[in-house]
Design a protein around this ligand. Structure first.
Ligand code: SF4
Length: 639
């Protein structure tokens, strides 16, 4: 019996209603770990290139990892992995909450879904038993209604329901998936893939404990975290008190709060979106994830000027910025309402905000008119218009049908120069962080196989001259010894980015919450290794774990290469090369020549060729030689 994982991966073919189980050996689990690394394995092995992401052939993989469900802070997360309908590249989205741990308790490490059900269905997985259940009566319902009906049908108020809303059914390319209504697998359109398969929900409940080699050590470290995190980890304390909304004012004061579609980084009225304001006005609770005392999620309730339902939680920093400041909106209740609608209909708040802000800028520049918006005065700052757009996008009504395709496709449709307002990388809308202010973010956005993604590496501020030594001390075991200037992208920054990227990729592979671990939060790298060993009995090391992270990135890259992505896709939108217009960072921009040099250097450091293709040598070193064969089959290099 393995420790940490079940050794069982559930297979469901919705086309022919076949259910089976894979039982990989320890070598597989130790090589691929879980999360999107495990998902990428299935995609590379079983998906032909150029498959339409919304066709039955695409795979949809729900997965935790070898350590998910262990009773310690941060081991709650899970990922959904698929070919993304938004980018056409590899897609993954992660969420906290309770789905990952519950799947483990139900006896499975992952679920691989393929095919398409003839009529809407949902999956019920209870203590190892799997049923495909009819869901025609749920189609058209919100996430909240669906969850309530499924819980009633299965007579289990505590069953964890992972569900899509109408946006997923309508194949909005950035539709998301929710678990327990508050934890979103937000990015890259995993909800649309689910909708394309006629899969409305997956309901999971289990009672099996995760077997661990050394439970006492896990419980000891978990207790130490709970007792000390507020006093010893400044960022974790802030997350508990104000949630990620704690970042709004710092971002604004430093000129990094995306405002009016990333034209600038400061907004008058930003204090209205701040966590403190939320706490003093509409906060009614804090929520969190399995086994974590941080409880960084917000629960808000309001009556006026918009009623806000607390069942759908409250907005994260990303939501406050993308549906707030980036749309020029400083009305907290309006943003909370938009957050509720996005969670209710199953829309990614980041891409939704990005798409609306893009349309607002097109409107203000005369590229689209009131006729195109069906009478909506789509100007920055118009909160009501922002909310109307959320409804239109969900229903694909009028201009909403175009915006539901994401900004890249919408800009092609609008023409007339709209492309310069489409802020995306590889088709994925920017999250709420400003590359023009942070060098590490320039590299993250340009180079991530996922497109614009703020969670592929730690950001610069904690590792700049003058930052508290708490942070810099934690990364010394990686060989990172000196702080670096915030905006630089020189060789030292590229090196640090590569190392941080491997760390974050490792955390993603193990579906661990980075809000609980180094480089910035409570647990150290040593404790990470100690916890993985206590759970799995692998006698592992930081070196082996970082290789796991590196392997995932190489697999992602190989998947994209096979799909036709090239080094030309590793780039930023034109706006990033133009100076920020106002505020403390006025005049700052990314330098194109410096970026070209940094990308070339990164490829060399990563073991990729000049086109950004992982070399045979690097793939072999990562125990991925089968991928070299796979790429050779598709003409990427000789066998
Ligand atoms: S820090 Fe927040 S997001 Fe992370 S596990 Fe804890 S409650 Fe969940």
């Amino acid at each position: 019996m393995p420790f940490g994982y079940n050794g069982k991966i559930l297979r469901v073919d919705l086309s022919n209603k076949e259910i089976s189980v894979d039982e990989p050996d320890e070598h597989f689990y130790r090589t691929y770990g879980g999360g999107s690394c495990l998902g990428a394995y299935y995609l590379l092995k079983e998906l032909e290139p150029a498959v339409d992401p919304l066709s039955p052939e695409n795979l949809l993989i729900f997965t935790g990892s070898v350590v998910t469900g262990a009773p310690a802070p941060g081991f709650s997360r899970s990922a959904i992995v698929s070919k993304s309908p938004l980018t056409g590249a590899i897609g993954e989205s992660q969420a906290g909450g309770f789905f990952g741990s519950e799947l483990k308790f139900a006896g499975y490490d992952a679920i691989v879904v393929k095919g398409k059900a003839e009529k809407p269905v949902y999956l019920s997985i209870r203590d190892g038993e799997v049923e495909i259940k009819e869901a025609a009566h749920l189609w058209g319902e919100t996430t909240g209604e669906t969850q309530a009906i499924i819980r009633e049908e299965l007579a289990d108020e505590r069953i964890v329901v992972t569900v899509i809303g109408q946006a997923g059914e309508n194949l909005v390319r950035y539709a998301c998936v929710l678990n327990n209504l508050k934890s979103a697998y937000g990015r890259m359109g995993m909800g649309a893939v689910m909708g394309s398969k006629n899969l409305k929900a997956v309901a999971v409940r289990g009672h099996k404990e995760v077997e661990m080699k050394d439970k006492d050590t896990v419980l000891r470290l978990a207790k130490r975290f709970s007792t000390n995190f507020k006093a010893e980890s400044p960022d974790n304390d802030g997350l508990n008190d104000l949630g990620t909304a704690q970042y709004v004012m710092g971002q604004n004061e430093d000129g990094q709060l995306p405002t009016r579609n990333f034209q600038t980084g400061t907004m008058e009225g930003a204090e209205n979106l701040y966590g403190q304001k939320m706490k003093e006005t509409i906060l009614v609770g804090r929520d969190g994830c399995y086994a974590c005392p941080v409880r960084c999620k917000r629960v808000v309730k309001a009556a006026d000027p918009f009623p806000v339902d607390p069942s759908y939680g409250g907005p994260e920093y990303e939501t406050l910025a993308m549906l707030g400041s980036s749309c020029g909106v400083d009305d907290l209740v309006a943003v909370c309402k938009a957050n509720e609608l996005c969670n209710k209909y199953g829309l990614d708040t980041i891409s939704t905000g990005g798409s609306i802000a893009f349309a607002m800028e097109c409107y203000e520049n005369g590229i689209i008119t009131k006729e195109d918006t069906q009478g909506v005065e789509l100007r920055f700052g118009n909160a009501k218009a922002m909310l109307e757009m959320v409804e239109k996008i969900t229903r694909r009504e009028g201009i909403g049908d175009i915006l539901a395709e994401g900004v890249k496709r919408a800009a092609e449709k609008f023409g007339a120069g709209a492309e310069k307002f489409a802020i995306h990388v590889k088709g994925q809308e920017f999250p709420a962080h400003m590359p023009r202010a942070k060098g590490q973010l320039v590299l993250s956005y340009a180079l991530s196989p996922l497109g614009a993604d703020h969670l592929v590496s730690e950001h610069d501020p904690a590792f700049t001259p003058g930052a508290p030594s708490f942070f810099s001390d934690r990364v010394k075991p990686l060989g990172i010894q000196e702080p670096l200037e915030m905006r630089s992208i020189d060789y030292k920054k590229v090196r640090r980015f590569l190392y941080f990227q491997n760390v974050f990729s490792l955390l993603d592979t193990l579906t661990i919450c980075f809000f609980t671990f180094a480089p910035v939060r409570y647990f150290t790298f040593d404790e990470l290794v100690e916890l993985v060993n206590a759970i799995t009995d692998w006698q592992t090391s930081l070196w082996e774990l970082l290789k796991l992270g590196e392997r995932r990135i190489a697999m992602f890259r190989a998947f994209n290469v096979r799909e036709g992505f090239t080094s030309e896709d590793d780039w930023l939108p034109e706006r990033m090369f133009e100076p920020i217009r106002t505020g403390p960072r006025e005049g700052q921009k990314v330098d194109k020549e410096e970026l070209k040099k940094a990308i070339k250097l990164y490829y060399e450091m990563a073991g990729w060729d000049a086109d950004g293709v992982p070399t045979k040598g690097k793939l072999a070193e990562l125990d991925l030689f089968w991928i070299a064969d796979e790429l050779a089959k598709h003409g990427k290099f000789e066998r």
